[in-house]
Design a protein. Structure first.
Length: 299
């Protein structure tokens, strides 16, 4: 039998953990506005860190902690737990884009996530206080940007978004409709809302030669690939991202070979920075709405 876990709490408990030589790695699972500071504290104590997403409450804070980690860490691993990067379905979709799509023309992501009043996640006090920019959008929609980046293998360079608040009980905006530009290559649209009672997720990549679709189904994701007018092929993968990301982190800390060669790179905080930057751009873009020019009055 395994021994009962030792329970420590508070500032004294944390310092005890950081001082112990038999503890080489920690996970940091805290409200967003505390994540970066406590991660850096653990790094400076010589502990490998797996931090919850998002990496920080702003790109400014994220850049600061990454820079300080690079300057002081030595061989200490600093990783961000973004389970979408470790879901088999999203990796399958990323391979499918290369396999059947040809040149990417456009992509779209749609996410309907119910956040009813009094529910488990909505009623969490730190989410309601929202000491970080964007409220639930930064906390949850960062997942969707991570999935989009992984599948497309690219980073957005510009974003324009119309944001709105559709619920009475959520303190900040809960809905956005965004257009993301990926340099001069292609654009993607993103429609995300937490104001609905219907749960849905799909991601579509349209290319010159084919299409790849990721749909959330019961207990996992279905990935469909279709080249031209060929018969589509589909495969369903159960949820596995959380287990896979933790396993990848442990292997990295122990110096073991990764299950997938890309695992160490996908734990790198620079990916989490890019996820955050896309959401931050989406949230702040809503403050600069560009009106559509009306038709001319011609008599």
């Amino acid at each position: 039998m395994r021994p009962a876990p030792e329970v420590l709490a508070g500032e004294d408990g944390l310092q005890t953990v950081l001082n112990r030589d038999d503890i080489s790695a920690v996970t940091v699972v805290l409200p967003i506005y505390l994540q970066a500071g406590y991660s850096l504290r653990a790094i400076k104590a010589g502990k490998h860190v797996l931090s919850e997403k998002p990496i920080a409450g702003s790109t400014e804070e994220a850049e600061s902690v990454i820079r300080e980690w690079k300057e002081t860490s030595g061989s200490i691993h600093y990783c961000i737990a973004e389970n979408y990067r470790f879901e088999k379905a999203f990796r399958e979709a990323a391979s499918g884009v290369k396999e059947v799509c040809g040149g990417v023309i456009s992509a779209s992501i749609t996410a309907f996530v119910p956040f009813p009043e009094g529910s488990k996640y909505e009623s969490t006090q730190w989410r309601r206080d929202s000491k970080h920019l964007g409220g639930v959008l930064l906390d949850s929609a960062v997942h969707f940007m991570a999935g989009l980046r992984l599948v497309l293998g690219a980073d957005a360079t510009e974003v324009f978004s119309v944001n709105s608040k559709k619920t009475a009980h959520m303190p900040q905006v809960d809905t956005f409709n965004a257009i993301l530009r990926f340099g001069d290559k292609f654009t993607a649209s993103a429609t995300v809302t937490y104001a609905t009672s219907t749960h849905r997720f799909n991601l579509i990549v349209v290319g010159s030669d084919g299409v790849v679709i990721v749909e959330r189904v019961g207990g996992g994701y279905k990935v469909t690939k279709r080249r031209g007018n060929d018969e589509p092929s589909s495969v369903t993968h159960g949820f596995c991202g959380v287990e896979n990301e933790i396993d990848a982190f442990v292997r990295l800390c122990l110096g073991k070979d990764p299950i997938d060669p890309s695992d160490p790179d996908l734990l790198d905080p620079i990916h989490a920075f890019s996820d955050l930057a896309m959401i931050e751009g989406t949230v702040t873009s809503g403050e600069r709405f560009v009106p559509v020019k009306p038709p001319p009055r011609i008599s």
